[in-house]
Design a protein around this ligand. Structure first.
Ligand SMILES: [Zn+2]
Length: 245
């Protein structure tokens, strides 16, 4: 008769201990949060113990040695022809067309954590001209192969040139020139088959986003009051089509 009672008592004690340890852990996490919060929000706090810095420090360089070497060679070659933006998040470079509908978050998730090593932009308009990725040995695994496949299609479908350069410790002006061949010689041409002229009396499709355009009226400028077709993705997309009136 005594045996089972002792067993139950021991069991109860173990359960009590487990609950006590859990409570202690929870309190510690909470008190840490309060300390960081206090030192951040309340600078006049007199308790020196509470003046804990947030655990962020500034990196000594935002680029690796290989990236720095490429960056300087690139700047020498470009002069004022383009602005070099290092480490641009793909979510800032691309927008997701309303064509995606309910799949917006799915496509956003695919680019949210990714970046490109260098983006060249027009110095005046900051319009992206081309993107450059430095490929190192990490690009040989199966996982990075799939990533590269997706990235390649993404740039191709979005219509931005992606130039891949193999990563090394130094670059000559000639190598940079070869890599960027053609980027600055291109002329903006409107391909005649891009705009669907057969259905000019119906709603036109945005040539960039592949979705029906919407009727807008210019509110300012020399075309004030004029009616035109605009893209629903405005201001990310500034494609327009004359309404023909
Ligand atoms: Zn558009």
């Amino acid at each position: 008769m005594i045996g089972p009672i002792i067993f139950i008592l021991i069991l109860a004690f173990i359960v009590y201990l487990a609950i006590a340890v859990r409570k202690k852990d929870g309190n510690e996490t909470y008190s840490n949060k309060v300390e960081y919060g206090d030192s951040f929000n309340n600078e006049t706090d007199e308790t020196p113990k509470k003046k804990i810095k947030l655990p962020y420090r500034v990196s000594d360089s935002v680029l690796t040695d290989a990236e720095k070497s490429f960056y300087h060679a690139l700047k020498l070659f470009l002069k004022d022809r383009a602005v070099v933006c290092p480490k641009i998040g793909l979510k800032d470079l691309f927008f997701i067309s309303k064509e995606a509908g309910n799949d917006y978050m799915k496509y956003f998730g695919k680019i949210a954590q990714k970046h490109v090593d260098f983006l060249l932009c027009d110095p005046l308009t900051m319009k992206p001209l081309c993107a450059i990725e430095l490929d190192d040995f990490s690009h040989t695994s199966k996982k990075s192969f799939e990533r590269d496949q997706f990235i390649g299609k993404l740039y191709k479908d979005a219509g931005l040139e992606l130039i891949r350069v193999s990563s090394k410790s130094g670059y000559t002006a000639n190598e940079i020139e070869m890599a960027l061949m053609g980027v600055f010689d291109k002329r903006e041409t409107v391909e005649p088959d891009k705009v669907d002229t057969k259905e000019h009396d119906q709603t036109p499709i945005c040539p960039k986003c592949n979705i029906p355009m919407v009727m807008r009226t210019a509110s300012k400028g020399k075309y004030e009051g004029k009616v035109f077709w605009g893209c629903p993705n405005f201001p990310k997309c500034r494609e327009t089509v004359s309404s023909g009136t």
